[in-house]
Every structure is written in structure tokens, then in C-alpha cells.
Design a protein around this ligand. Structure first.
Ligand SMILES: Cc1cc2nc3c(=O)[nH]c(=O)nc-3n(C[C@H](O)[C@H](O)[C@H](O)COP(=O)(O)O)c2cc1C
Length: 148
């Protein structure tokens, strides 16, 4: 099957054309640090030609949902290094998907701080998954252009 044949992607040699889509797992601790279960999860999937990680918060301000991992503290980075080492040692390739969730977040899981976005507009028609159940979206805080 061609799907299972190797392919070159830029400077990477993928052993097959199966690329695992990014899937948020919400298995980090409250500090955004992943544990052994995440090392196991990605290692179990090294038969894919390429793994795209779950979305990873680039800063505290980027956090949208509870128990999503980060990659901006020493502890978070060290924890991810266990994943990349294990994936590489087992013949896999992995990319990190980085995110900032903008207004798709809730102050409940942001130490009481409102989500920031280009405009101060709340999302309507759906609710947000928080550590305290589904909640209506709040009006986001508009990012101050002068600070950019
Ligand atoms: C549980 C779950 C978590 C997901 N988390 C992410 C994510 O962190 N980042 C992302 O870009 N997409 C995420 N997605 C979307 C998937 O990567 C994928 O794009 C989506 O399931 C549609 O795939 P398809 O186009 O092959 O049907 C998630 C999907 C699911 C089901």
C-alpha cells in the first residue's frame, strides 16, 4: 500500500505516510507539566510516520483549557524532553503543536484572569469546557496594541 511507503517531507524521512493529528489529551498537571502517561501515549504511537503533538501552551497567557500542557517553564520543557527522547529512541518523529487559545478560554482556569484576544467580544452559542464544567464564555480582554 502506498500509504505505508516511506516519504520525504522537507528534510525529514518519514517511514510511512501516516501522520497522527494533534489531539488535546488534558493529562497535564495543574502546572501544565506532563507525566509518564504522556510519554507512554506518544511512544505507543511511533509506528506513525510523523506524530503531531497535542496543542501546547506557549505561555501562561495562552492557556484556554484545564490540564493542557505548557512548554514555557523548565519543568514543562524537561517533561517534554522525556517524550521526544522516547519517541526518537523508538524510531518515531514528533512535532510540537504550539498554541495560544485567544478568547477560547475561561478565567476559571487562568487564575481569575480573563482571556485576551484582538477584540473584547465573547463567543456566543456554545459553552467552554472548564475544570468546573461547561461555562458561558466571558468577554475577552482586548490586547493593548501599545504593548506589542
Ligand atoms: C479529542 C480531540 C482533540 C483534538 N485536539 C486538537 C489539538 O490539540 N490541535 C488541533 O489542531 N486539532 C485538534 N483536534 C482536531 C484533530 O487534530 C483533527 O483535525 C480532527 O479530528 C479532524 O480530523 P479529520 O480532518 O482527519 O477528520 C482534536 C480532535 C479531537 C477528536
Amino acid at each position: 500500500m502506498k500509504l505505508l511507503e516511506p516519504i520525504k517531507l522537507a528534510n525529514l524521512d518519514l517511514k510511512n505516510k501516516m501522520v497522527m493529528a494533534a489531539m488535546t489529551r488534558s493529562r497535564a498537571d495543574k502546572n501544565g507539566v506532563i507525566g509518564d502517561i504522556t510519554v507512554q501515549y506518544y511512544t505507543q504511537r511511533v509506528s506513525a510516520g510523523l506524530i503531531i503533538s497535542e496543542a501546547i501552551n506557549i505561555s501562561e497567557q495562552a492557556i484556554g483549557s484545564p490540564f493542557t500542557p505548557g512548554i514555557y517553564t523548565e519543568k514543562q520543557v524537561s517533561a517534554w524532553k522525556k517524550v521526544t527522547k522516547s519517541v526518537h529512541d523508538n524510531g518515531g518523529l514528533i512535532f510540537a503543536q504550539l498554541w495560544h487559545t485567544g478568547r477560547v478560554g475561561h478565567s476559571i482556569d487562568r487564575n481569575g484572569v480573563l482571556p485576551v484576544a484582538p477584540s473584547a467580544i465573547a463567543i456566543e452559542g456554545v459553552q467552554h469546557f472548564t475544570s468546573q464544567g461547561l461555562k458561558d464564555y466571558e468577554i475577552s480582554k482586548r490586547i493593548d496594541k501599545s504593548r506589542n
